[in-house]
Design a protein around this ligand. Structure first.
Ligand code: PMP
Length: 404
């Protein structure tokens, strides 16, 4: 059944095929997902016959587009179990974290306060806090990982103190595929009076989310990893937190009244959306959520976990491969082939029509921890199947022969 799910799905993705009609072995969905025709069509309509600005026009097309744009916000809210007033559209997860650091962070954190992140964070959940450290003097602590590559929440429990005001962790690691127990992380954070920010980039396409049940305070993700367009993502924050956050970027759409003497600001989420928003992208994101939910997050999760498990098992049988991360990794398999730099492997695989990621995956501290400068990473989407794994293994064999 799994195979038929994905072969039905692959045909919906123009990006999954080579020009000669053969399937492209795309195994880099953790970096960005290909787009189904439904999402492409929705964005083409939004850019074409439906196109107009939002929140301003008195003419019917603009009013229609405003309804579509706000419906997209409701769609995102429902997708993550939030209220619509709590969803801020951002350029992506990176911008969402920077927004939190610059507004909530500057308003609430001062020298002497501490932030806890983890060893496996993406640079986008490290650097904004370092920039905040430069501005405010907060300290940053790094939670270690368990042997098999999960954020070690026992260690976090021992590290957390009343000086900690924020815990910021990835829900699913983009390198190891390991999954965080968000509820426990929230309990630990709240136990010392800290807030919990969750980087959901790799979780949103694979885990049915309910931010209220997870009990976190901030949740961020990017649409392009969710089969949606680039240039849009979402920040969710609890209403009372969002309402108290000062504005970030100033400009149109985020104000209530403006005079040269004094400006008053719109309430959230508009307060954080200065300028003409990502109209086309929001429509595309809503279409992506419709598409993904019609298939089911449970189907996505089991399909991608099964493919990652298969790859892990086959690679684990070789004595010239190291596989990183836990056995129940979600759709992501990082590995190293002895004596072959991941970039060389990636280049040879590309000649075979197989696309993997090779590099530090924007997680250089994690690479240091693993004792490597880079890894090879195969990551799966709903459109992949066992034939992609076979193509990858064939490519690894050829690489082995070349380097023998
Ligand atoms: N966090 C994680 C775990 C990611 O995988 C990524 C994307 N690689 C990001 C954050 C950053 O997302 P974006 O570049 O879309 O802002």
């Amino acid at each position: 059944e799994r195979v038929s799910v994905s072969s039905d799905i692959r045909v919906q993705f123009p990006g999954m095929w080579n020009l000669d009609g053969s399937p492209w072995r795309y195994l880099d969905t953790a970096a960005t997902a290909q787009k189904p025709q439904a999402v492409i069509d929705a964005t083409v309509r939004a850019m074409g016959v439906d196109y107009a600005t939002v929140h301003r026009g008195v003419y019917a097309r603009s009013a229609e587009m405003t309804l579509g744009f706000e419906a997209a916000r409701r769609r995102v809210a429902a997708f993550i179990g939030a209220d619509e007033g709590e969803v801020v559209f951002t350029r992506g997860a990176t911008e969402a974290i920077n927004l939190v650091a610059s507004t909530w962070g500057e308003a609430n954190l001062k020298a002497g306060d501490r932030i806890l992140i983890s060893m496996l964070e993406h640079h986008s959940n490290i650097v904004p806090w370092q920039l905040l450290r430069e501005r405010t003097g907060v300290a940053i602590d790094v939670c270690p990982l368990t042997q098999d590559g999960r954020i070690d929440l026992d260690a976090a429990e021992a590290m957390l103190t009343s000086a900690h005001k924020l815990v910021a962790l990835a829900h699913v690691s983009n390198v190891l595929g390991s999954v965080l127990d968000v509820k426990r992380a929230a309990d630990l954070a709240h136990g010392v009076g800290a807030k919990l920010l969750v980087d959901g980039c790799q979780a949103a396409p694979r885990i049915k989310l309910d931010v209220k049940a997870l009990d976190c305070d901030f949740y961020v993700f990017s649409a392009h990893k969710l089969y949606g367009p680039t240039g849009i993502g979402a920040l969710w924050a609890r209403a009372e937190i969002l309402d108290a956050m000062p504005p970030w970027h100033g400009g149109g759409a985020m104000i209530d009244t403006v005079t040269f003497e004094k400006t008053t600001f719109a309430s959230a989420p508009q307060r954080f959306e200065a300028g003409t928003p990502m109209i086309i992208e929001a429509i595309g994101l809503a279409a992506a959520i419709d598409w993904l939910e019609a298939i089911g997050l449970d189907v996505a999760q089991s399909h991608e976990r099964a493919l990652a498990n298969t790859l892990r098992e086959v690679l684990g049988q070789r004595n010239d491969v190291t596989v990183f991360g836990p056995a129940d990794a979600l759709g992501i398999t990082s590995f190293a082939l002895d004596g072959v730099h991941p970039h060389d492997l990636g280049t040879i695989l590309d000649e075979e029509g197989v696309a993997i990621r090779a590099g530090h995956h924007c997680a250089q501290p994690l690479m240091q921890h693993l004792g490597v400068s880079a890894t090879a990473r195969a990551s799966f989407g709903l459109y992949n199947d066992e034939s992609d794994i076979e193509a990858l293994l064939k490519g690894i064999e050829r690489t082995r022969r070349i380097f023998a």
